[in-house]
Design a protein around this ligand. Structure first.
Ligand SMILES: C[S@@+](CC[C@H](N)C(=O)[O-])C[C@H]1O[C@@H](n2cnc3c(N)ncnc32)[C@H](O)[C@@H]1O
Length: 178
């Protein structure tokens, strides 16, 4: 069975980001941050939970990664911390595996942060969101409603989904075109 979170990384391998800035909007246990750090010049990684920031810090240290700035903040404040144009970002929505299920991404903050991120995004930049619709029903619906209405003269919006499994996680990829 396809692992959607791993497959989301493939979407970043279609371009060269070695001199670019990327953002992990929900660093959690740090696997996506570690991946982004390996392909980019600089990575900013956000999480609202100290526990997640410390897990990510530990994973990065074990792998001798030094090009990541960890930010213990709600990702809605992304533009307070990142002032330069960015080439891409990833979200892995939901809750920290093994952590509290009460602390999870919510539709309002996800959509607010996405609006700010799309302003920071360079032309040809991408935002990839991994959406677990089983755990994030309302968030998933509101997010789709938002991305489906992004103007097609500025953005391409793709959805990648598993057709033969009910409520399987899916991926949204937004590319800024103009
Ligand atoms: C599914 S986990 C992320 C998994 C992670 N990317 C990985 O590779 O392990 C979702 C994370 O989003 C974080 N989160 C929830 N709401 C947030 C918010 N408003 N701003 C930043 N992080 C948030 C949670 O604390 C949790 O760690």
């Amino acid at each position: 069975m396809i692992k959607v979170a791993e497959w989301s990384h493939e979407l970043f391998l279609q371009r060269d980001f070695h001199d670019k800035i990327l953002i992990d909007m929900t660093c959690g246990s740090g696997r996506d941050t570690l991946f982004l750090a390996g392909i980019a010049n600089k990575v900013y990684a956000f999480d609202i939970q100290v526990e997640a920031i410390e897990m990510t810090r530990s994973l990065l240290e074990q792998n001798n990664v030094t090009n990541v700035t960890l930010i213990n903040s709600d990702h809605q404040f992304v533009s307070d911390h990142v002032k330069k144009p960015i080439a891409g970002a990833i979200y892995n929505l939901g809750y920290l595996p093994g952590g509290s299920k009460e602390i999870r991404t919510e539709s309002d903050s996800t959509i607010n942060s996405l609006k700010k991120l799309l302003e920071l995004l360079e032309i040809e930049g991408i935002v990839v969101l991994v959406v677990y619709q089983k755990h994030t029903g309302n968030e998933s619906m509101r997010l789709l409603h938002f991305v489906e209405r992004l103007p097609s003269r500025h953005f391409d919006v793709m959805k990648y989904s598993v057709l033969n499994k009910e409520l399987a996680p899916y991926i949204i990829k937004i590319t800024k075109t103009a």
